[in-house]
Design a protein around this ligand. Sequence first.
Ligand SMILES: *Cc1c(COP(=O)(O)O)cnc(C)c1O
Length: 469
Amino acid sequence: MRYISTRGQAPALNFEDVLLAGLASDGGLYVPENLPRFTQEEIASWAGLPYHELAFRVMRPFVAGSIPDADFKKILEATYGAFSHSAVAPLRQLNGNEWVLELFHGPTLAFKDFALQLLGRLLDYVLQKRGERVVIVGATSGDTGSAAIEGCKHCENVDIFILHPHNRVSEVQRRQMTTLFGDNIHNIAIEGNFDDCQEMVKASFADQGFLKGTRLVAVNSINWARIMAQIVYYFHAALQLGGPARSVAFSVPTGNFGDIFAGYLARNMGLPISQLIVATNRNDILHRFMSGNQYVKQTLHATLSPSMDIMVSSNFERLLFDLHGRNGAAIAGLMDSFKQGGGFSVEAERWTEARKLFDSLAVDDAQTCETIAEVYEQTGELLDPHTAIGVKAARECRRSLDTPMVILGTAHPVKFPEAVEKAGVGKALELPAHLSDLFERDERCTVLPNDLKAVQAFVSQHGNRGKPL
Ligand SMILES: *Cc1c(COP(=O)(O)O)cnc(C)c1O
């Protein structure tokens, strides 16, 4: 399988190189040159497979030529065997034909474990084979950091540095990162906000001199391997609800457009999906595009669903590439005008094409809390605020009551006690067994000023299992 850039000017790469790449050299994102397509019979024959076996069948074409089948199977079994629920991604019924796909049974209680547990193992495998070491520098507003550290903590050849905004992530989220120790794990609290952290990561990719030749790897959702891993659970859910004979709709709490883009790919690979709902919080750039063909940057709002607090959705470029007939020059032009003017619209036919599949809704904090309370009253299920946004959007935007509606349950409510409290649900939140002593554990973290040079100096001082690069 070969991968090409959405801006058309970077060399095509194989899976191994795309795994180790960040942005393409032309500033674009990598996508498969040809998407695999499965027949209905083939998909139907996967019904009842354990999660890791289904994962093998769905992802095999993407790693073809880079990872032999037997090795890939072993990696997938280890990855999904580490989840705490034996079904890995169980479906829970909320209402007639309305379901939550619980994606929070991994080690850090958010769906990001599906991709980052796999990414860590893939990196380990590929780096061992190549005899290389890499450094990861990632920024997090909460969930990505802990999932990335959990995914990479056992990697022999990876040093991981996670930047989070000092005093601006929830205590559960911070402790999930800072209580993991290892000489290759480095938590850095930046005296700044999330955007400052993200800017430092971007600047470090642009100028890697401080790494003295060590390769820098991306763990945010621009990394293709993360998208790939998320395709699997769309198949998993649909197969349990009568697919592929019957089509299924999905509502996806969305920030960077990574998770929902995986659903779009599942559909293009042959899975009958009749509707994809983009559910956003008040940071609604995607909703403004889907509802009015305006992709325009606005100021950032802090919400009760912080994992979706973004101004720009980095993976949206991957959808735009398809909407423009995979014309890289057109995408480079759009992204240029976005950078210069802060926004764009696409031609009417392209927007209409997107609207055949996608609907959208922006949900504010008050509606989020109302939905948490409503669902708790109806079912006794306690939703996290991100999932609640997905439920609200599903109920508003649903096109057909006959088609099963699956809401992606992106996080466990215990990660976001503030929203649950504001919803007025009088239920005590309990940490799952493997995290029950989280608040008693020691923490390790370095506070650094909002200064790129200070961060880069820290990385080069500690980037070789705590020793200088
Ligand atoms: C990351 C995250 C999202 C948003 O996912 P994207 O792939 O960025 O759209 C939604 N909910 C939770 C809990 C998350 O951690």
